[in-house]
Design a protein around this ligand. Structure first.
Ligand code: THU
Length: 158
């Protein structure tokens, strides 16, 4: 028997410690929380993805009266990026959220399991790590890759 352990490397940084490019991405993720359509949960999420072609593609959660038909901000952004720029590689994704009180969360928001799985595939397509910025009104967590958020992930393509 062997006891094994996994650790997830991440940094906790302030907005001011980010470089200009990442600050811009965080600004966009925050701005896109206002584009969420969330009449049921009142939880507003925004995501912004920086691509290697210089474009940035954003998304926001879109809910539906037939509940499973809606989608999260992260998948809204990554599917849009895939559809608009199929050749571009993802480089960084920032995710921000406002809670039911309308205020930005005081702890960093983390993507749901389905979004981690979807993003992982775009990381595979990119062929390199995609940095993840989990935003809050205070600390911002910087993860080196989507993979680090989804240990033991299922991957068909290897
Ligand atoms: N949501 C996201 O957009 N991203 C996440 O990572 C978690 C949850 C959305 C889905 C739903 O519209 C609302 O937040 C409440 O779960």
């Amino acid at each position: 028997m062997q006891e094994l352990q996994l650790t997830i490397p991440y940094k906790s940084v302030s907005y001011d410690e980010l470089d200009e490019r990442r600050r811009r991405l965080v600004d966009l993720a925050r701005r896109y929380t206002h584009n969420a359509y969330a009449p049921y949960s009142h939880f507003h999420v925004g995501a912004a993805i920086a691509l290697d072609n210089g474009e940035t593609v954003c998304g926001a959660n879109q809910e539906n009266a037939a509940f499973p038909s809606g989608t999260c901000a992260e998948r809204s952004a990554c599917f849009s990026a895939g559809a608009r720029f199929p050749e571009a590689r993802f480089e960084i994704i920032a995710i921000a959220a406002r809670g039911t009180d309308g205020k930005e969360l005081s702890h960093p928001v983390a993507p749901c399991g389905a979004c981690r799985q979807a993003l992982l595939e775009y990381e595979g397509r990119a062929g390199h790590d995609v940095e993840v910025l989990l935003v809050s009104s205070g600390d911002i967590y910087v993860l080196p890759s989507v993979r680090s958020l989804l240990p033991f992930a299922f991957t068909e393509l290897g």
